[in-house]
Ligand binder design. Structure first.
Ligand SMILES: Nc1ncnc2c1ncn2[C@@H]1O[C@H](COP(=O)(O)OP(=O)(O)O)[C@@H](O)[C@H]1O
Ligand SMILES: [Mg+2]
Length: 604
């Protein structure tokens, strides 16, 4: 793929500040869509030349009707009798070659354009901030990249194929009729301006309903993704009938919009036909007058009528092209909507890569809100390299948010976060992610081999390094017992692993990533006591020598920590060693007593 093809066209930054009418907005969207075809102008030029050949062939055939009637039928000229069929064959041969070239080049150009739009969309969507993902269902993004881009694809290709060829044919045929008898032509085309009114009205309806339909399809995709990934809950609560009914309902909603699109599409043909009949009737009436008065030969009248008859199909196709353009605009609007989202967290223009950091982390008066309500208020913290900090507190206190801010999933509204004295907003994204390893409560493994899953953060790591990381994560033993060892494919459609096994793979991944800063967010809370004991040892291996933030739900897991922070409602309420906090009798003491009662059967 050429890089130029993926780069957004330059005018996409020209965001429309002025108020636009629906028509100018649609034109802007369409121009922008066409901008993606710029890299393929070579193909387009070939197709345009080929389509001029096709159009010229059609017009020549109509032109040939005149000598056929006047010279052959009326005058009985023998030379013309053999000449005309041969010329017809020759013209058809030229036309066939032209049509093939035109179709091939225009359709491949259409596919390439759509491929670029899709690549651009995917790259952009991955660059969007976590905030965007938490606000919108990922099914919606999937629907846009699959369904909407497909609608755009059909239309860009169709528009270019049909639009160019049919316009040329139409212009040639109209030219021929004017050349034959301009008075008759005026009569024939009087209806034309009238036909534009219904055609534009229909186009507008189609665009609006396509947009709504694509939106409904997006909802449908989001619903699918949700139920399939939550299938366990659906089944265990016996909600299949409810989900089915809800799906059928939304599916019906989609049908309702598509029915409107079909309705207006279907109305196009009869409307064009009816208007065409007026034109033909006018020609029949006035044309016969002209022939009887001797102003026109019979051959000229037939040639004229043949041209009019041949005009019908390009005219019909052009109105269909208009409908397609409107559909494409409806879908393109949804695609551009996402492309126009500016990621909230951006890499600085003068971003630096300080290499491997020592791991001194400072939160300096950090205040942060996802929406309006501050989740973290005036949070300050200084961590030395290699220090293990446990973060505890009630759920919703803001523990994960602290880790998210350090990872730059979000930027704080006030205050700064530094690593080794450098503001993390000045780190390049690559440098930041190389210096931070994360093991999350939510275990994410990809449908790939064990080897590649462990290697995810460091694709260049040698096999031996992967093995060593797995040994340290206490994962090596069970990996060897898998059907194909390290080459076993796991994930959605692969071998199923237990919660503890999955978690240990994530730890191996973090060990291999070998970052100076380690973020552990309730990495063991989903495990049973036995696997937790193993995972705890794996984590102890991982934490050695690294600045570690350890978010823990079970207070028993914080014993490795040098210092414990207690968060409550976004504020740092206590900090100290375990003994200091227990002696202090504050929130930590209360949480501890509560857990001791619940966790320890001996206490009951
Ligand atoms: N993506 C988000 N969008 C909006 N609010 C959020 C988001 N993530 C967390 N919150 C809110 O922020 C607060 C702190 O969340 P979090 O840091 O996850 O708490 P903890 O990890 O301590 O349980 C909670 O009130 C939660 O509802
Ligand atoms: Mg959390």
């Amino acid at each position: 793929m050429s890089p130029a093809g993926c780069r957004p066209p330059s005018w996409r930054t020209a965001s429309p500040r002025v108020r636009m009418t629906p028509d100018t907005a649609a034109r802007y969207v369409y121009q922008r869509l066409l901008g993606y075809s710029r890299p393929y102008w070579g193909r387009l030029m070939i197709a345009v030349v080929a389509s001029i050949v096709v159009a010229a062939s059609d017009v020549s055939v109509a032109r040939l009707v005149q000598p056929l009637v006047d010279k052959v039928i009326v005058s009985g000229n023998r030379t013309w009798m053999t000449f005309v069929p041969v010329v017809i064959l020759a013209i058809s041969a030229v036309k066939s070659v032209g049509r093939y070239l035109q179709e091939y080049y225009i359709k491949t150009a259409g596919q390439l354009v759509v491929q670029d739009v899709r690549n651009h969309f995917y790259r952009h969507s991955l660059a969007l901030s976590m905030g965007y993902y938490s606000r919108s269902a990922s099914g919606g993004l999937m629907s846009r990249i699959l369904n909407d881009v497909n609608v755009m694809q059909r239309s860009t290709a169709d528009v270019l194929v049909d639009g160019v060829r049919e316009s040329f044919t139409l212009i040639g045929l109209v030219g021929l009729t004017f050349y034959t008898d301009w008075r008759l032509a005026v009569v024939a085309f009087m209806v034309l301006p009238v036909s534009l009114v219904p055609a534009t009205a229909i186009g507008r309806k189609i665009k609006a309903n396509t947009r709504r339909g694509q939106h409904a399809l997006g909802d449908l995709t989001a619903r699918l993704q949700e139920t399939y990934s939550g299938i366990k809950v659906v089944k265990s609560f016996g909600r299949e009938p409810f989900e089915t009914a809800r799906f059928e309902d939304e599916n019906l909603g989609y049908y309702r919009f598509m029915r409107k699109v079909i309705k207006y599409d279907a109305a196009t043909k009869p409307v064009v036909e009816m208007l065409g009949a007026f034109g033909i009737a006018g020609v029949a009436w006035y044309g016969l007058h002209r022939v009887f008065s001797g102003a026109l030969t019979q051959g000229e009248l037939f040639s004229f009528i043949a041209a009019m008859g041949m005009m019908y199909s390009p005219f019909k196709r052009l109105t269909r092209v208009n409908n397609q353009v409107q559909k494409s605009i409806g879908a393109a609007e949804r695609v551009f909507e996402v492309l126009d989202v500016v990621p909230e967290v951006r890499e600085a223009a003068d971003a630096v890569d300080p290499g491997a950091v020592r791991g001194a982390v400072i939160f300096d008066h950090v205040t942060f809100a996802y929406e309006e309500k501050p989740v973290l208020r005036d949070f300050s913290l200084t961590v030395s390299p290699g220090e293990v900090i446990a973060v505890v507190g009630p759920s919703g206190a803001g523990k994960s948010t602290v880790l998210g801010l350090l990872s730059r999933f979000y930027d704080p509204q006030a205050g700064t976060i530094t690593i080794d004295g450098i503001d993390i907003r000045r780190f390049s994204f690559a440098a930041l992610s190389r210096n931070i390893a994360m093991v999350d409560q939510e275990v994410v493994l990809f449908h790939d081999t064990v080897m590649n899953n462990i290697r995810y953060g460091r694709p260049e790591a040698a096999d031996e390094e992967v093995h060593r990381a797995a040994v340290q994560a206490y994962a090596d033993d069970y990996i060897h017992r898998l059907p194909r060892g390290y080459d076993t494919v796991i994930g959605d459609r692969g071998v199923r692993l237990s919660g503890g096994q999955r978690q240990r793979l994530c730890i191996a991944r973090a060990i291999l990533h070998d970052a100076p800063i380690l973020l552990l967010d309730e990495a063991t809370s989903a495990l049973d006591t036995e696997s937790e004991a193993i995972v705890q040892q794996a984590l102890a291996n991982l934490m050695r020598g690294r600045t570690t933030f350890l978010v823990a739900h079970r207070l028993s897991t914080v014993r490795h920590a040098h210092r414990i922070l207690v968060l409550d409602d976004g504020r740092l309420v206590e900090a100290g060693t375990r003994d200091e906090l227990l002696a202090g009798g504050g929130l930590y003491r209360r949480l501890h007593d509560l857990q001791f009662e619940n966790d320890d059967p001996a206490a009951q």
